[in-house]
Design a protein around this ligand. Structure first.
Ligand SMILES: Cc1cc2nc3c(=O)[nH]c(=O)nc-3n(C[C@H](O)[C@H](O)[C@H](O)COP(=O)(O)O)c2cc1C
Length: 333
């Protein structure tokens, strides 16, 4: 099993820092990832992730239909991934090792991913109360079984995305445990579950995790996550905090063009072009099978920072279909 993991294991690359785009529900579907890939200069982005997909859902013939949307990689996204040398990882979550085994096998047999990531970080109450995601931080035996079951189902590298602790900062205990598990990489969000997304990410604790890693598992890359807002910041933090790379989440909302080297200024034309492209990609990928209002978050991002933006944004926020949104844009040009 190890030989095949070594062959295609992007975690073992010597490139540093590794720059990753975070898994984000209702954000990082195939349409948004493709949009970002269009706006990426090769070498600036290394890994993208799917939205988190439920292992319960993937193991259930009916549930699978909707959960599997989260694992779609469109043909055109695949081409861009190949062209730009970007890897793609499926993220899964749940609380039952057998389902992790089955879901991972299903993914291996039906999709073309470069890695599997186990979500041990989502803080949302109803998943945590069922023992999933960040609840696993306080359940070492179940976390170990889940990692083992996932490993047994695939030759792909397996990583864990997690937090500093559940109710309190617990970096030392949790990293001492996790770094002894058969994982290829760890992505560490510098907050605890209780914080949700509040407060500042604690990068000193991320540095502490890297120091523990240096002693007990020097070959396991640690990727820091939390509050990275620019490409420069993405390159600065690994040096300051001794990580192998960074994962960028909400920073992409501030600047969805951050991976494009040649872009020094974001013109109004570029903003509209991006919005229209996103509408097109989302409609091609999903038609009406995913809700249109999910796109409204992006209208605010693209249509901002220029005179008259507020008025146009208002029109877009009131639109209820692809056609209505396009009409708002037509009316101003
Ligand atoms: C809208 C949204 C959806 C998210 N969905 C997921 C998810 O599906 N899986 C996951 O591991 N983390 C998810 N996260 C957490 C992010 O991946 C990331 O860990 C967090 O936002 C901290 O990074 P940041 O400060 O750079 O945003 C989500 C975050 C946001 C804002």
């Amino acid at each position: 099993m190890h030989t095949s993991i070594e062959k295609d294991n992007f975690w073992k690359t010597s490139k540093r820092p590794l720059v990753m785009l975070a898994p984000m529900e209702d954000v990082t579907d195939t349409a948004f990832r493709e949009l970002i890939l269009h706006n990426t200069t090769a070498g600036n982005l290394d890994v993208v992730f799917t939205e988190f997909a439920s292992t319960d859902g993937l193991c259930h013939p009916e549930g699978r239909k909707s959960v599997a949307q989260r694992l779609v990689i469109s043909k055109t996204e695949r081409q861009l991934l190949n062209e730009k040398g970007v890897k793609i990882v499926a993220q899964i979550w749940g609380n039952n090792p057998e389902k992790f085994f089955e879901a991972t096998k299903y993914i291996k047999e039906n999709y073309d991913f470069d890695g599997i990531d186990i979500n041990m970080g989502c803080p949302v109450r109803n998943v945590v109360s069922h023992g999933s995601c960040s609840a696993l931080i306080d359940n070492e035996s179940l976390a170990a079984e889940i990692i083992q079951a996932t490993r047994e189902a695939t030759c792909l590298p397996v990583s864990v995305k997690t937090r500093l602790g559940l109710k309190k900062v617990d970096t030392e205990r949790w990293m001492n445990f996790l770094l002894r598990q058969p994982v290829e990489g760890i992505i560490l969000h510098g907050r605890i579950q209780k914080q949700m997304s509040e407060g500042e990410a604690n990068w000193n604790e991320i540095a502490k995790a890297s120091a523990i890693r240096d002693v007990i598992a020097p070959t396991v890359p640690i990727i820091g996550n939390g509050d990275i807002v620019s490409f420069e910041d993405a390159h600065e933090r690994p040096k300051r905090y001794n990580t192998d790379g960074v994962m960028i989440g909400r920073g992409i909302f501030k600047n969805p063009w951050m991976f494009e080297s040649s872009l020094t200024e974001i013109s109004i034309e570029k903003r509209f072009e991006t919005l229209l492209k996103h509408l097109h990609l989302y409609e091609s990928a999903w038609g009406n099978s995913r809700p249109f209002p999910v796109l409204k978050r992006f209208f605010k991002i693209y249509i901002s920072d220029f005179k008259g933006a507020a008025e146009i944004r208002k029109g877009l926020m009131e639109s209820n279909s692809f056609e209505e949104a396009r009409q708002v844009i037509k009316n101003i040009s």
